[in-house]
Design a binder for this molecule. Structure first.
Ligand SMILES: *[C@@H]1O[C@H](CO)[C@@H](O)[C@H](O)[C@H]1NC(C)=O
Length: 231
């Protein structure tokens, strides 16, 4: 069995699960024990471990559609807008999306967390925007201007869902500060997405999603977002 496992693709907590499965078979060979020791001593996953697998996304920002001024680092896990652009560049926000879409017709559930390492600043107020885009989006402008209707925004002292068609804003979630974790919880069977903030569930935010959507964020300097994929 060992010969068929590529350990480089396993982060430590999965390896630990695997090792427990193997030791349940009652083996005491030294190399199994060494493996078990390694797995049990390394239960924290590095933020950039290769977590993609068949049918699921890799947690990477799309570097083929990166707005001017954005920087991706940490093997694609981090996107940042470090500096206000100098005059001449398009001012304003940028949208970054993940490189792989989530496909509703594949069914099941998917969770994806985004750590707000640093909020952006817009008009001297903190701004964080997390949502979804479809296949077509404009990386040179903020998510809310894309008018998709799948946007959660925390701006200044308010937090809300942007609802372009009704020209309104529904209070939702909570105000985001540096270090908060926003989790997108997609139910592909129901075609809905709910949000959690620091583990607190705020209920379904968006319904009737199309077949393919990409998690996306808006960046104003000095925003920085990190993806954490979960199984
Ligand atoms: C994206 O938005 C910018 C700013 O509004 C605009 O100049 C540009 O033409 C848009 N790009 C596309 C492909 O629509």
């Amino acid at each position: 069995m060992i010969r068929h496992v590529n350990f480089l693709l396993l982060c430590p907590h999965r390896l630990s699960t695997l090792v427990h499965a193997i030791s349940a078979l009652g083996t005491t060979a030294p190399h199994f024990l060494a493996l078990a020791h390694y797995a049990c001593a390394n239960t924290v996953c590095s933020p950039d471990h290769p977590s993609g697998y068949r049918g699921r996304m890799h947690g990477e920002w799309d570097q083929d559609h990166l707005g001017i001024g954005l920087v991706v680092s940490d093997n694609g896990a981090c996107v940042e807008y470090p500096h206000r652009p100098t005059v001449g560049f398009l001012q304003g926000g940028r949208t970054a999306r993940l490189s792989q879409p989530l496909t509703m017709s594949s069914g099941g559930h998917h969770r994806l967390s985004i750590v707000i390492e640093r909020t952006g600043v817009y008009s001297q107020q903190s701004l964080t925007e997390v949502g979804l885009v479809g296949a077509r989006f404009n990386e040179s402008i903020a998510l809310w201007t894309a008018q998709t209707g799948w946007s959660f925004q925390s701006y200044g002292g308010k937090s809300f869902l942007v609802t372009p068609n009704r020209n309104g804003r529904d209070r939702y979630g909570k105000v985001i500060v540096n270090g908060d974790v926003v989790t997108l919880r997609l139910d592909m069977n129901e075609r809905t997405c709910a949000l959690e903030i620091n583990g607190e569930d705020f209920g379904v935010a968006w319904k009737d999603l199309p077949d393919k959507v990409y998690p996306a964020v808006t960046l104003f300097p000095p925003a920085m977002y990190r993806i954490v994929t979960e199984d």
